[in-house]
Write a protein that binds this ligand. Structure first.
Ligand code: CP
Length: 302
Protein backbone atom coordinates (compact mmCIF):
# COMPACT_ATOMS: atom_id res chain seq x y z
CA UNK A 1 0.00 0.00 0.00
CA UNK A 2 1.20 3.47 -0.86
CA UNK A 3 2.00 5.91 1.94
CA UNK A 4 3.53 9.31 1.25
CA UNK A 5 3.12 12.14 3.79
CA UNK A 6 2.09 11.24 7.36
CA UNK A 7 0.22 14.27 8.66
CA UNK A 8 -2.82 13.16 10.65
CA UNK A 9 -4.34 9.98 12.03
CA UNK A 10 -7.50 10.25 9.93
CA UNK A 11 -5.53 9.37 6.79
CA UNK A 12 -4.91 5.78 7.94
CA UNK A 13 -7.23 2.93 6.97
CA UNK A 14 -7.49 -0.31 8.93
CA UNK A 15 -5.68 -2.33 6.19
CA UNK A 16 -2.88 0.25 6.19
CA UNK A 17 -2.60 0.01 9.98
CA UNK A 18 -2.46 -3.78 9.83
CA UNK A 19 0.28 -3.64 7.21
CA UNK A 20 2.21 -1.22 9.44
CA UNK A 21 1.83 -3.59 12.40
CA UNK A 22 3.06 -6.54 10.28
CA UNK A 23 6.10 -4.53 9.28
CA UNK A 24 6.73 -3.41 12.87
CA UNK A 25 6.77 -7.06 13.96
CA UNK A 26 9.37 -7.76 11.26
CA UNK A 27 11.38 -4.74 12.47
CA UNK A 28 11.51 -6.22 15.97
CA UNK A 29 13.38 -9.18 14.44
CA UNK A 30 15.56 -6.88 12.29
CA UNK A 31 16.64 -4.93 15.39
CA UNK A 32 17.31 -8.16 17.30
CA UNK A 33 19.81 -9.04 14.55
CA UNK A 34 21.43 -5.60 14.75
CA UNK A 35 19.69 -3.94 11.79
CA UNK A 36 19.86 -3.98 8.01
CA UNK A 37 21.61 -2.06 5.25
CA UNK A 38 18.55 -2.08 2.98
CA UNK A 39 18.13 1.72 3.12
CA UNK A 40 21.81 2.69 3.00
CA UNK A 41 21.24 5.11 0.11
CA UNK A 42 18.45 6.99 1.88
CA UNK A 43 18.80 10.14 3.99
CA UNK A 44 16.31 11.33 6.61
CA UNK A 45 16.18 14.90 7.95
CA UNK A 46 14.84 15.50 11.45
CA UNK A 47 13.73 19.10 11.90
CA UNK A 48 12.53 19.76 15.43
CA UNK A 49 11.30 23.21 16.50
CA UNK A 50 10.28 21.85 19.92
CA UNK A 51 12.14 19.62 22.39
CA UNK A 52 11.90 15.84 22.12
CA UNK A 53 13.59 12.80 23.58
CA UNK A 54 11.62 9.80 22.34
CA UNK A 55 10.33 10.91 18.96
CA UNK A 56 13.53 12.37 17.57
CA UNK A 57 15.91 9.77 18.96
CA UNK A 58 13.68 6.84 17.98
CA UNK A 59 13.27 8.17 14.43
CA UNK A 60 17.02 8.67 14.14
CA UNK A 61 17.76 5.24 15.63
CA UNK A 62 15.14 3.78 13.27
CA UNK A 63 16.91 5.24 10.24
CA UNK A 64 20.31 4.05 11.48
CA UNK A 65 18.91 0.53 12.09
CA UNK A 66 17.63 0.56 8.50
CA UNK A 67 21.12 1.41 7.27
CA UNK A 68 20.21 4.96 6.25
CA UNK A 69 21.74 8.28 7.20
CA UNK A 70 20.42 11.20 9.22
CA UNK A 71 20.73 15.01 9.06
CA UNK A 72 19.38 16.58 12.22
CA UNK A 73 18.41 19.99 13.57
CA UNK A 74 17.32 19.35 17.11
CA UNK A 75 16.65 22.99 18.06
CA UNK A 76 15.51 24.38 14.76
CA UNK A 77 14.19 27.60 16.31
CA UNK A 78 17.76 28.48 17.24
CA UNK A 79 19.93 26.55 14.79
CA UNK A 80 18.11 26.99 11.50
CA UNK A 81 17.67 30.06 9.32
CA UNK A 82 14.32 30.66 11.03
CA UNK A 83 16.44 32.88 13.30
CA UNK A 84 16.93 35.14 10.29
CA UNK A 85 13.24 35.05 9.44
CA UNK A 86 13.19 32.19 6.94
CA UNK A 87 9.69 30.82 6.42
CA UNK A 88 8.97 27.13 7.07
CA UNK A 89 7.98 26.65 3.41
CA UNK A 90 11.41 27.79 2.18
CA UNK A 91 13.20 25.63 4.73
CA UNK A 92 11.24 22.57 3.63
CA UNK A 93 11.77 23.26 -0.08
CA UNK A 94 15.52 23.36 0.55
CA UNK A 95 15.72 20.30 2.81
CA UNK A 96 13.53 18.22 0.49
CA UNK A 97 16.15 18.81 -2.18
CA UNK A 98 18.81 17.21 0.03
CA UNK A 99 17.02 14.27 1.65
CA UNK A 100 14.49 11.46 1.04
CA UNK A 101 12.16 12.04 3.99
CA UNK A 102 11.63 14.86 6.50
CA UNK A 103 10.48 14.31 10.09
CA UNK A 104 9.11 17.58 11.43
CA UNK A 105 8.03 18.72 14.89
CA UNK A 106 6.63 22.22 14.66
CA UNK A 107 5.26 24.63 17.25
CA UNK A 108 2.21 25.60 15.18
CA UNK A 109 -0.89 23.53 14.49
CA UNK A 110 -0.89 22.77 10.79
CA UNK A 111 2.89 23.11 10.52
CA UNK A 112 3.28 19.61 9.06
CA UNK A 113 0.52 20.19 6.50
CA UNK A 114 2.19 23.44 5.41
CA UNK A 115 5.45 21.55 5.01
CA UNK A 116 3.83 18.71 3.06
CA UNK A 117 2.24 21.19 0.66
CA UNK A 118 5.66 22.29 -0.63
CA UNK A 119 7.85 19.23 -0.05
CA UNK A 120 9.06 17.00 -2.87
CA UNK A 121 9.72 14.16 -0.38
CA UNK A 122 7.48 12.60 2.30
CA UNK A 123 6.92 14.71 5.42
CA UNK A 124 6.18 12.93 8.70
CA UNK A 125 4.42 14.92 11.41
CA UNK A 126 6.29 14.40 14.68
CA UNK A 127 3.87 16.67 16.56
CA UNK A 128 2.40 19.99 15.48
CA UNK A 129 1.48 22.72 17.88
CA UNK A 130 -0.51 22.59 21.06
CA UNK A 131 -3.73 20.76 20.27
CA UNK A 132 -2.61 19.56 16.86
CA UNK A 133 -1.69 15.93 16.25
CA UNK A 134 1.09 13.44 16.92
CA UNK A 135 0.14 10.60 14.57
CA UNK A 136 3.28 8.49 14.93
CA UNK A 137 2.81 8.44 18.72
CA UNK A 138 -0.74 7.20 18.20
CA UNK A 139 0.52 4.54 15.78
CA UNK A 140 2.94 3.17 18.35
CA UNK A 141 0.24 3.38 21.04
CA UNK A 142 -2.08 1.34 18.88
CA UNK A 143 0.66 -1.16 18.05
CA UNK A 144 1.38 -1.59 21.76
CA UNK A 145 -2.27 -2.42 22.49
CA UNK A 146 -2.60 -4.63 19.40
CA UNK A 147 0.57 -6.54 20.24
CA UNK A 148 -0.78 -7.33 23.69
CA UNK A 149 -4.47 -7.95 22.98
CA UNK A 150 -4.24 -9.12 19.32
CA UNK A 151 -7.27 -7.01 18.45
CA UNK A 152 -8.47 -3.45 18.81
CA UNK A 153 -12.15 -4.25 18.32
CA UNK A 154 -14.16 -4.06 21.52
CA UNK A 155 -11.52 -2.04 23.38
CA UNK A 156 -12.59 0.16 26.29
CA UNK A 157 -10.10 2.93 27.02
CA UNK A 158 -9.91 5.87 29.42
CA UNK A 159 -7.83 8.83 28.28
CA UNK A 160 -6.92 10.88 31.32
CA UNK A 161 -5.39 14.34 31.73
CA UNK A 162 -5.20 17.61 29.85
CA UNK A 163 -7.17 16.46 26.84
CA UNK A 164 -7.96 19.70 25.02
CA UNK A 165 -4.37 20.36 23.98
CA UNK A 166 -3.12 16.77 24.10
CA UNK A 167 -2.00 15.97 20.60
CA UNK A 168 -1.30 12.32 21.48
CA UNK A 169 -4.82 11.65 22.75
CA UNK A 170 -6.34 13.54 19.85
CA UNK A 171 -4.47 11.39 17.33
CA UNK A 172 -5.26 8.23 19.29
CA UNK A 173 -9.00 8.98 19.38
CA UNK A 174 -9.04 9.40 15.60
CA UNK A 175 -7.23 6.08 15.09
CA UNK A 176 -9.34 4.09 17.55
CA UNK A 177 -12.53 5.39 15.94
CA UNK A 178 -11.74 3.14 12.96
CA UNK A 179 -12.29 -0.06 14.94
CA UNK A 180 -15.54 -1.79 15.96
CA UNK A 181 -17.25 -1.50 19.35
CA UNK A 182 -14.54 0.75 20.82
CA UNK A 183 -15.62 2.71 23.91
CA UNK A 184 -13.73 5.85 24.96
CA UNK A 185 -13.92 7.63 28.29
CA UNK A 186 -12.40 11.12 28.33
CA UNK A 187 -11.46 11.84 31.95
CA UNK A 188 -10.30 15.38 32.71
CA UNK A 189 -10.96 18.50 34.73
CA UNK A 190 -13.89 20.34 33.11
CA UNK A 191 -11.58 23.19 32.06
CA UNK A 192 -9.45 20.98 29.79
CA UNK A 193 -11.94 18.53 28.28
CA UNK A 194 -11.53 16.88 24.90
CA UNK A 195 -12.36 19.40 22.17
CA UNK A 196 -15.52 19.36 20.07
CA UNK A 197 -13.84 18.52 16.78
CA UNK A 198 -12.95 15.07 18.14
CA UNK A 199 -16.33 14.54 19.81
CA UNK A 200 -18.15 15.48 16.59
CA UNK A 201 -15.93 13.08 14.63
CA UNK A 202 -16.83 10.27 17.03
CA UNK A 203 -20.54 11.09 16.80
CA UNK A 204 -20.35 11.04 13.00
CA UNK A 205 -18.75 7.58 13.14
CA UNK A 206 -21.20 6.36 15.79
CA UNK A 207 -18.39 5.67 18.27
CA UNK A 208 -19.40 5.36 21.93
CA UNK A 209 -17.77 7.92 24.25
CA UNK A 210 -18.37 9.63 27.59
CA UNK A 211 -16.79 12.62 29.28
CA UNK A 212 -16.02 12.11 32.95
CA UNK A 213 -14.37 14.15 35.68
CA UNK A 214 -13.46 11.26 38.03
CA UNK A 215 -11.13 8.32 37.33
CA UNK A 216 -12.93 6.28 39.97
CA UNK A 217 -16.15 6.09 37.97
CA UNK A 218 -14.46 4.25 35.07
CA UNK A 219 -11.27 2.65 36.34
CA UNK A 220 -12.70 -0.84 36.97
CA UNK A 221 -14.32 -0.96 33.51
CA UNK A 222 -11.44 -0.17 31.18
CA UNK A 223 -8.90 -2.30 29.31
CA UNK A 224 -6.47 0.60 28.90
CA UNK A 225 -5.81 3.66 31.06
CA UNK A 226 -3.95 6.18 28.91
CA UNK A 227 -2.54 8.81 31.27
CA UNK A 228 -1.25 12.17 30.04
CA UNK A 229 0.20 15.24 31.68
CA UNK A 230 -1.78 17.98 33.34
CA UNK A 231 0.58 20.89 33.41
CA UNK A 232 0.37 22.57 36.83
CA UNK A 233 0.64 25.96 35.13
CA UNK A 234 -2.81 25.52 33.59
CA UNK A 235 -4.54 24.33 36.78
CA UNK A 236 -3.45 26.46 39.68
CA UNK A 237 -4.93 24.36 42.47
CA UNK A 238 -2.95 21.17 42.97
CA UNK A 239 -5.79 19.38 44.75
CA UNK A 240 -7.88 19.84 41.60
CA UNK A 241 -5.42 17.88 39.47
CA UNK A 242 -4.25 15.39 42.08
CA UNK A 243 -7.31 13.20 41.57
CA UNK A 244 -6.12 12.51 38.01
CA UNK A 245 -2.80 11.10 39.19
CA UNK A 246 -2.09 7.41 38.73
CA UNK A 247 -0.66 5.89 41.91
CA UNK A 248 -0.78 2.67 43.92
CA UNK A 249 -4.27 3.42 45.23
CA UNK A 250 -5.68 3.48 41.68
CA UNK A 251 -3.94 0.23 40.75
CA UNK A 252 -6.05 -1.71 43.23
CA UNK A 253 -9.24 -0.77 41.39
CA UNK A 254 -8.08 -1.75 37.89
CA UNK A 255 -8.85 -4.95 35.98
CA UNK A 256 -6.09 -7.55 36.48
CA UNK A 257 -5.30 -7.57 32.74
CA UNK A 258 -5.64 -3.84 32.08
CA UNK A 259 -2.81 -1.81 30.51
CA UNK A 260 -1.42 1.46 31.88
CA UNK A 261 -0.02 3.63 29.13
CA UNK A 262 1.56 7.09 28.94
CA UNK A 263 3.24 8.80 25.96
CA UNK A 264 5.92 10.22 28.32
CA UNK A 265 7.57 12.39 29.50
CA UNK A 266 5.74 12.19 32.80
CA UNK A 267 5.64 14.62 35.66
CA UNK A 268 3.50 14.15 38.77
CA UNK A 269 0.57 12.35 37.17
CA UNK A 270 2.26 8.94 37.01
CA UNK A 271 3.86 7.78 40.24
CA UNK A 272 7.10 5.78 40.00
CA UNK A 273 5.46 3.19 42.28
CA UNK A 274 3.39 2.16 39.24
CA UNK A 275 6.51 1.21 37.26
CA UNK A 276 6.79 -2.18 38.93
CA UNK A 277 3.20 -3.19 38.23
CA UNK A 278 2.97 -5.78 35.41
CA UNK A 279 0.20 -3.66 33.88
CA UNK A 280 2.61 -0.74 33.30
CA UNK A 281 3.33 -0.67 29.56
CA UNK A 282 4.77 2.82 29.03
CA UNK A 283 8.42 1.82 28.71
CA UNK A 284 7.53 -0.99 26.30
CA UNK A 285 5.36 1.57 24.49
CA UNK A 286 8.37 3.87 24.05
CA UNK A 287 10.50 0.94 22.80
CA UNK A 288 7.78 0.00 20.32
CA UNK A 289 8.21 3.50 18.90
CA UNK A 290 11.47 2.34 17.34
CA UNK A 291 9.84 -0.60 15.53
CA UNK A 292 6.81 1.36 14.39
CA UNK A 293 8.93 4.25 13.12
CA UNK A 294 11.21 1.83 11.26
CA UNK A 295 8.11 0.28 9.69
CA UNK A 296 6.72 3.69 8.80
CA UNK A 297 9.99 4.77 7.19
CA UNK A 298 10.04 1.63 5.06
CA UNK A 299 6.49 2.38 3.93
CA UNK A 300 7.20 5.97 2.88
CA UNK A 301 10.61 5.18 1.36
CA UNK A 302 9.64 2.02 -0.60
N1 CP B 1 5.97 11.08 23.52
C1 CP B 1 6.75 12.02 22.96
O1 CP B 1 6.39 12.64 21.93
O2 CP B 1 7.91 12.23 23.60
P1 CP B 1 9.04 13.28 23.17
O3 CP B 1 8.44 14.67 23.37
O4 CP B 1 10.19 13.01 24.06
O5 CP B 1 9.34 13.07 21.73
Amino acid sequence: MILHHVIESQQFTVPLLLELFDRARIMERVVAKGGTLDYQHKIMATLFYQPSTRTRISFEAAMHRLGGRVCSTEEAKTFSSEVEGEQLEDTIRIISGYTDVIVLRHMEMGGAARAAAVSSVPVINAGDGSGGQHPTQALLDLYTIFRERRTLDGLTIAMVGELDRGRTVRSLAYLLSKFDRVKMYFVSPPEVQMRHDILEHLEERDVWFAQETEIDTVIDAVDVVYVTQIRPGRMQEREKIQKYFMDASVLKKMKPDAMIMHPLPRTLELDKAVDHDPRAFYFQQATNGLYVRMALLTMVLD
